[in-house]
Ligand binder design. Structure first.
Ligand SMILES: Nc1ncnc2c1ncn2[C@@H]1O[C@H](COP(=O)(O)OP(=O)(O)O)[C@@H](O)[C@H]1O
Ligand SMILES: [Mg+2]
Length: 309
């Protein structure tokens, strides 16, 4: 009898453990994180409102857990090794890289890693100068501006475009040097297309170890792009009529399948909605004569607003 009840107990214990483990850990962490950052900038909410980007959200929960444990370890007098949060963002245009970098600035400030949390976005032309020494001083100036925030280098692979003699190398060397000096005050994000970024990282042995966090920004699916379209309308107090929803879906599929233009994901959606909002204005202004105007008319984007080429 005894052994049966023991077995029953054991099963119960295992069952309870399973129950705890089966709760999504990310959900538990995100709830705690929301609570602890509720009086901060709202960057976490902004991030969570973005469509998709599960890998990005997961990373943020991971970092929050990591920082929490570091604090608890500190409290117990345990030594924490210095940690770098420099990152590589890989993905096609319009997949949310700049948007996420801007949110990360605010979020890392909220979490106490950055002092200011602003974003400085640059590309090759901002960094690379015209003669020896020029690039190093330009790069240092930009790093100075970014201190306390995020330095976002877009299309970073173009820094190795010209090979050994190119001044891009001077920029990378300067950057690597200042990463050592400014450990606590800056997060550098290198962004660009997948393949080119792999090539870029392989080109300089100093880079991969200094950029330990790699995030992929996948192309959005059609349902995700439609969610993004709805969200963008809502943000501006518009909405898509049923017929325009169908049309937007068709236009997105056509654009995605048309290999001629490089499909620019959510940016394409943003441009499409902005254009429709302007066409809507023209339609409504010409239809409107005088007196009271129907509120719904001011909000509804119809298929015809998307049809103008
Ligand atoms: N997941 C998302 N949810 C909502 N809007 C998004 C999302 N990703 C991108 N956007 C929007 O799409 C546009 C382009 O995004 P951006 O961050 O500039 O892309 P990238 O830097 O990768 O080219 C921006 O207007 C941004 O607000
Ligand atoms: Mg960008």
């Amino acid at each position: 009898m005894k052994s049966t009840s023991q077995a029953a107990n054991q099963i119960k214990v295992v069952f309870n453990n399973e129950k705890i483990l089966s709760q999504p850990r990310e959900k538990i962490i995100s709830t705690r994180m929301e609570k602890s950052l509720e009086h901060e900038s709202g960057a976490l909410k902004e991030l969570e409102c973005l469509v998709g980007l599960d890998g990005v959200k997961k990373l943020v929960y991971e970092i929050y857990a990591f920082l929490t444990i570091r604090k608890l370890r500190e409290g117990q007098g345990l030594h924490n090794a210095p940690h770098m949060f420099h990152m590589v963002f890989k993905g096609n245009p319009g997949t949310g890289k700049t948007t996420v970098a801007r949110i990360f600035g605010k979020l890392f400030k909220d979490m106490g890693i950055l002092e200011k949390g602003h974003l400085i976005e640059v590309e090759r032309a901002d960094l690379v100068g015209e003669y020896i020494g020029h690039t190093a001083s330009r790069t240092r100036d930009i790093i100075k501006k970014a201190l306390g925030g995020v330095l976002f280098i877009d299309e970073a692979y173009s820094l190795v475009r010209g090979g050994e003699k190119d001044f891009g190398k001077e920029c990378i060397d300067t950057l690597i040097k200042s990463l050592e000096d400014n450990r606590k005050q800056l997060i550098v994000i290198l962004a660009g297309y997948n393949d080119e970024m792999d090539y870029f990282l392989a080109s300089n042995p100093g880079l991969p170890s200094r950029f330990p966090i790699k995030l992929e920004f996948p192309d959005y699916t059609i349902p995700q792009l439609l969610d993004i379209a709805n969200g963008m309308c809502q943000e501006q107090a518009y909405y898509l009529a049923q017929d325009s929803r169908n049309l937007v879906r068709r236009l997105l599929i056509r654009e995605m399948e048309d290999g001629l233009n490089h499909f620019s994901n959510a940016r394409y959606v943003r441009n499409m909605i902005e254009k429709a909002i302007r066409q809507h204005a023209i339609r409504v202004v010409t239809e409107y004569t005088a007196g009271e105007i129907d509120k719904n008319l001011l909000m509804e984007l119809r298929a015809e607003d998307f049809n103008v080429q």
